[in-house]
Write a protein that binds this ligand. Structure first.
Ligand SMILES: *Cc1c(COP(=O)(O)O)cnc(C)c1O
Length: 363
């Protein structure tokens, strides 16, 4: 099967092989070594070694986002959440569950983050200390503009808590310019590892000398940061997932890092958009608004998602449905993971056979 869902991704042969590494106790020095190598590689992707430290968690991406908000969003001040999709709105739901104060500035899912409304919100809430937002909003495939949000935050003395779960490793994240206190990512999207490990890149000065405000014991980032110097973790880590991640990070580096990966994703996405455009299938957003690794397409006339999914699955491809109100109207194709050129060709052929709006009904 080739996975075109936005993670987990199809593994490369060498990452799959790495899963067969030796059994390992997470209290042995070999494990500490494995962890330290991964932390270092994660910090090297955007050359953040001097400004931000990686903290590894045994969770999916959501766990990393929740740990970030639970540990850093203030219990007294205010967090402004700038959302334009499922994942931004989920950050607000997390703060809700944690009973932390927030204001949600929500834009329609097919539109950019409402920067003016965010500006007004920050203006009228001087107690706001943080802005939580999503980099690549996987709901639609839009790459949100961090530059202008960053300027706004700097002006209002706010720190950004960024969900970069579906962009980390393949899009630009300007750690030098953006006021990023923390960035959450995962092993199994653009980094090409397997599910089970997620991480937060945490600003070195963050909370130093202060009492942890974390509202969870297991997801307290500072607890992990305390132990990270040694390579150990307070709790059991997903050893095999970390074997895979170490290999995947090495592969990323050999291939030329995030820029090369963005380029590869862009080529694949362009190939799919061209193919589908020829078939008369339209993109949901203006093509220039997409991140490199995902495109949302309007379902062709007369094709239900369920039927399209079933037909392509039969050919060995897993596509991805829309969420919420977009469930009935779009499908999504992600181009992350190991998809060699012949497999891309085969996918294009399968799309020609099954996604054409004018194709005769198969009934
Ligand atoms: C995938 C994703 C997540 C986390 O999803 P998990 O299923 O927990 O890995 C969070 N935010 C964004 C933007 C995502 O794409």
């Amino acid at each position: 099967m080739t996975l075109l869902n936005p993670g987990p991704v199809t593994l490369s042969p060498r990452v799959r092989k790495a899963l067969q590494g030796p059994d390992l106790c997470h209290r042995e020095p070999e494990f500490a070594q494995l962890t330290l190598e991964i932390l270092e590689s994660l910090e090297e992707i955007y050359s953040t070694n001097s400004s931000h430290q990686a903290v590894l968690l045994a969770s999916s991406g959501t766990g990393a986002v929740e740990a970030m908000l639970g540990s850093l969003a203030p219990g007294d001040g205010l967090t402004v959440v700038a959302a334009n999709g499922v994942y931004g709105e989920r950050m607000a739901s997390m703060l809700d569950a944690m009973r932390k104060p927030y204001r949600l500035v929500s834009a329609p899912w097919n539109e950019p983050v409402d920067i003016e409304a965010v500006g007004r919100c920050l203006q009228s809430h001087p107690e706001a200390t943080h802005l939580a937002t999503v980099h690549h909003e996987t709901t639609t495939g839009r790459l949100n503009d961090l530059q202008n949000l960053g300027k706004l935050c700097s002006k209002h003395n706010c720190r950004i808590l960024l969900d970069a779960v579906s962009s980390f490793g393949a899009e630009e994240i300007d750690f030098k310019v953006l006021p990023l206190e923390a960035v959450a990512g995962t092993a199994n999207k653009c980094l090409h590892g397997i599910p089970g490990a997620a991480f937060v890149l945490l600003e070195r000065e963050s909370m130093t000398g202060k009492e942890s405000q974390a509202c969870s014991l297991y997801l307290d980032l500072f607890r992990y940061r305390e132990q990270r110097k040694t390579g150990y973790s307070p709790f059991t880590q997903p050893v095999q997932s970390l074997y895979a991640l170490r290999e995947a990070l090495e592969e990323l580096q050999e291939e030329g890092g995030w820029k090369a990966r963005r380029c590869l994703y862009q080529q694949r996405s362009q190939q799919l958009r061209d193919e589908l455009e020829n078939l008369g299938v339209q993109t949901l957003l203006d093509p220039k608004e997409y991140a490199s690794m995902l495109t949302s397409f309007k379902l062709p006339n007369g094709r239900s998602y369920e039927q399209l999914h079933a037909d392509l699955k039969e050919e060995g491809f897993i596509i991805y449905a829309g969420q919420g109100d977009l469930k009935k109207t779009i499908f999504r194709l992600a181009t992350m993971g190991h998809i060699p050129p012949p497999e891309m060709e085969r996918l294009c052929a399968a799309l020609r056979d099954h996604a054409c709006p004018t194709a005769p009904s198969t009934e």
